[in-house]
Design a protein around this ligand. Structure first.
Ligand code: MN
Length: 205
């Protein structure tokens, strides 16, 4: 069973005006599809073709040298983007509630301080990469960033939510204004899905 790009649960134009239609089309149908095609080519005729991509990333050093870089980049790209589409929705935004809200308050002092830390991680990521809210094995939240398509899973951390700061994620609408994209993106966050991921990442994964 080859890896596949998951379908969006909303239309390409559903995240307007924060993320434009053309960016969504190119990002989902071209960029994510390329990661999936390259991943499938890399693992063709190996046992990794039948594994869960997140499990592969958790044990990236078990992947043979000959395909490890391809799997790291393209498996990371597949996992990261699959998460990304799911944690966004039209009429999203607002603030988290329940256990996630409490954990954010405890870790960062307030929701606004968390947002500032997350935006800062995205702004300061030099070149291409991701800003993340992650949870470790003890249930502690933190904000990090990764380069390229590296996943927090490779460092034993669970990605609760992440924002893509590759130029392909924002350049058509925001050009060089990455901070404006990061600020606007909070309007499309699907907090129900982020809360589900927090629960999953906090409870014996
Ligand atoms: Mn991307």
């Amino acid at each position: 069973m080859a890896f596949e790009v998951p379908s969006l649960s909303y239309d390409y134009n559903a995240l307007e005006p924060y993320i434009d239609t053309q960016t969504m089309q190119l990002h989902h149908d071209k960029h994510h599809a390329a990661y999936v095609n390259n991943l499938n080519n890399a693992v063709k005729d190996t046992d990794f073709a039948n594994k869960n991509v997140d499990d592969i990333l958790r044990h990236i050093n078990d992947v043979p040298d000959s395909i490890r870089t391809a799997v790291r980049n393209n498996g990371g790209g597949h996992s990261n983007h699959s998460m990304f589409w799911a944690i966004m929705k039209p009429q999203g935004g607002g603030e988290p509630t329940g256990a996630l809200a409490s954990a954010i308050q405890q870790a960062f002092g307030s929701f606004d301080q968390f947002k500032a830390a997350f935006n800062d991680a995205g702004v300061k990521r030099f070149g291409s990469g991701w800003a993340w809210l992650v949870v470790d094995n003890s249930g502690k939240l933190s904000v990090i960033s990764t380069a390229n398509q590296d996943s927090p899973l490779m460092d034993g951390l669970y990605p609760v939510m992440g924002n893509d700061v590759w130029e392909h994620a924002y350049y058509l609408k925001y050009q060089n204004r990455r901070p404006d994209y990061l600020a606007a993106w909070w309007n499309v966050v699907n907090w129900d899905e982020v809360a589900r991921r927090f629960q999953q990442g906090s409870s014996g994964r």
